[in-house]
Design a protein around this ligand. Structure first.
Ligand code: SIN
Length: 297
């Protein structure tokens, strides 16, 4: 079966048409999807009706699934599926995490030494207004950077810390288990990577976790990061997704940042997501080191 696609935002994103993801995909379709995702960091599939198991099985076609650090956000039925919602259960306990506040531009798991960089987010309940999600094309942003900034950032490592990410969460999401703390010491990752398939240079950024640039004093490093963020977050690099129930958006955190807009906290929003260890052969997968080993990096 040919794969019908519709490019969005100069091909940064692609909508996939005619797929019924609740049915098994044959090997040739799976290969086409893997190839497409390697070249286009955001894929959109609309009008899906999937169980948690089906969402997990589809996601696992692209790599092993990660069980999120925040185990309290995992689905009790299929732990590889994370719940992102502002809903409460019968005991008034939050169902999942990340509630209804605004999220700043970020890249999932940048604070991990070996991040699982693939994500699939499936919309089940949506507020009437707000709660849209946007993705930034960090290959286009790198290509458009002034040469001066390219030279300044080339070969540099950022220091990424989960503690900084937590500080931006709503209060209820800031408390983490000692196990989650143990798994998230600050790490170093290069701020520019070359994509293994396209050969193109791509920025690797996360404004919610990067605390400094290794080898630069704090003030100069933060000033450089701010300059890069303000350039990279220009509207021409952004794809903004207006969700409909049944949408799945898959994205590659090695080549994008994303953020969600706030919405009325009295409205309901329920999303289910998977997190995938994408392969280094097809995707940028930062493999950093502990920030405490900075001198050796
Ligand atoms: C996320 O940042 O992973 C969640 C995005 C969203 O809820 O739209």
């Amino acid at each position: 079966m040919p794969l019908e696609t519709r490019p969005i935002k100069n091909g940064f994103a692609h909508e996939l048409l005619g797929l019924r993801l609740w049915e098994p995909l044959d090997d040739s379709m799976t290969d086409k999807l893997r190839e497409l995702w390697a070249r286009h960091p955001v894929l959109v599939v609309r009008r899906q009706a999937l169980s948690e198991r089906e969402l997990a099985d589809f996601s696992a076609l692209f790599g092993p699934l990660e069980r999120v650090v925040r185990t309290e956000w995992a689905s009790p039925a299929v732990p590889e599926v994370g719940l992102i919602s502002n809903l409460k259960d019968g005991q008034a306990q939050p169902i999942g995490g990340l509630g209804d506040g605004e999220l700043q531009w970020h890249s999932d798991q940048s604070y991990m030494m070996h991040p699982a960089t693939g994500a699939a987010l499936y919309a089940l309940e949506l507020p009437p207004k707000g709660g849209t999600t946007s993705w930034l094309d960090l290959a286009a942003a790198y290509a458009g950077l002034p040469d001066r900034l390219k030279q300044l950032v080339e070969g540099r490592n950022g220091v990424f810390s989960y503690v900084k990410r937590l500080a931006g969460y709503q209060v209820v999401d800031r408390v983490i288990s000692s196990e989650a703390k143990r798994k998230t010491p600050p790490v170093l990752h290069p701020l520019v990577h070359t994509h293994p398939v396209t050969g193109i240079n791509v920025l690797y950024l996360d404004s919610t976790t990067t605390i400094r640039i290794a080898g630069m004093d704090d003030a100069s490093g933060c000033a450089l990061l701010d300059e890069i963020y303000s350039f990279a977050t220009r509207p021409e690099f952004v794809y903004r997704h207006e969700w409909q129930v049944g949408d799945i958006v898959m994205w590659d955190n090695g080549a994008t940042m994303h953020r969600r807009e706030p919405f009325d906290p009295t409205a309901r929003r329920l999303m289910k997501r998977t997190t995938i260890f994408l392969s280094r052969e097809r995707h940028i997968v930062p493999g950093g080191c502990l920030a405490s080993e900075e001198a050796m990096a």
